[in-house]
Ligand binder design. Structure first.
Ligand code: ZN
Length: 229
């Protein structure tokens, strides 16, 4: 990915961060600075964002390390301001394996949320403090990624469930259509309330379309290879 730099290798996978990620840190640091002017608050804001993205990273490692169990490697994991991307060499074709790999990411966030909830119950941290913020963020990460729409993990689960009964391409088409209907719903709902939802709707719409294109190319290549042998 362009404009990304290498951070190192963790668990045998190259870890990269996109240059625009620095903008997010600068933005939240700046907001904290204008609010209080205290360096401690700026550092706390930056630390919160870094911990948040650590959770995003662990989510991606959930996908990558589960895929490895099925013999699928991961080229790299890149951290972007909108989240993380694990570049798996391929997705498993076996729907059962695809479901396990797709669910592994959100499962990581649910485990983190459970640990943080236990910490809160034991009196470690406050609801409005760092622990509470990270707990809420992990629940949101899990819920958002489980939306049954490409390019979210939930879209993959939906496609895999459909592919158990239907041909893979047809399953993808149906999953893409459901994802786009959801994107439209988010966009319309956001138009009357939250502009952020409109953005997510647009992202989901084009992400779903990209997934259909990728599957079409993959299936065409497989058909050519089958015809050649
Ligand atoms: Zn994921």
């Amino acid at each position: 990915m362009r404009w990304s730099m290498r951070l190192g290798r963790v668990a045998g996978i190259e870890l990269r961060v996109h240059a625009t990620f620095a903008l997010i840190l600068a933005y939240f640091g700046f907001v904290a600075w204008t609010r209080s002017g205290a360096l401690a608050d700026v550092l706390a804001a930056v630390a919160t964002i870094l911990l948040l993205f650590l959770c995003v990273l662990l989510h991606e490692y959930g996908h990558a390390l589960t895929a490895r169990r099925y013999g699928i490697g991961t080229r790299d994991i890149t951290l972007l301001p909108i989240g993380g991307v694990a570049m798996l060499e391929r997705m498993p074709r076996d729907p059962r394996q695809e479901i396990v790999v797709a669910l592994a990411g959100p499962a990581v966030n649910l485990v983190i949320a459970a640990v943080l909830a236990i910490a809160l119950a034991l009196g470690i941290g406050r609801t409005g403090g760092l622990v509470g913020t990270l707990l809420a963020a992990n629940l949101m990460l899990a819920a958002f990624n489980l939306l049954p729409a490409f390019p979210m993990d939930g879209g993959r689960v939906l496609r895999a469930l459909l592919a158990m009964r239907l041909e893979r391409l047809r399953a993808t088409r149906i999953a893409v259509r459901i994802g786009q209907a959801l994107a439209l719903g988010l966009g319309v709902a956001g138009f009357f309330g939250n502009p952020f939802l409109v953005l997510i709707g647009v992202f989901v719409w084009f992400g779903a379309r990209a997934e259909l294109g990728a599957t079409l190319r993959l299936e065409a290549r497989r058909a050519r290879r089958a015809a050649a042998t």
